[in-house]
Design a protein around this ligand. Structure first.
Ligand code: SF4
Length: 92
């Protein structure tokens, strides 16, 4: 039996460091730059509604896509989570 992407992702575990945001964003970035990340982030962490960007680093896959695409326009800071925090892939 095959699993859907959502089912596979649902078994991953996230160890969230509540005291350290490993990604920080510029909420004043241009709409086009923000919308690019709403489409590109595989975890769907960039949300844009009524002209407002919301972002939560919890649930990040640490793929680096937003860092590469935004080139300092939206992403102000990008680093991996500190040791023992972050995503724990549990399938494949
Ligand atoms: S590193 Fe990947 S999963 Fe994490 S916020 Fe950026 S695009 Fe989304």
């Amino acid at each position: 039996m095959s699993m859907t992407i959502d089912e596979k992702l649902g078994i991953d575990k996230f160890h969230v460091d509540e005291g350290y945001a490993h990604i920080e964003v510029n909420k004043g970035a241009s709409e086009s730059d923000i919308k690019l990340l709403t489409r590109a982030c595989p975890a769907g962490l960039y949300k844009y509604s009524e002209g407002v960007l919301t972002f939560d680093y919890a649930g990040c896959f640490e793929c680096g896509t937003c860092k590469v695409l935004s080139a300092d326009r939206v992403v102000k800071k990008w680093s991996f989570p500190k040791g023992s925090f972050g995503v724990e892939y549990r399938h494949g």
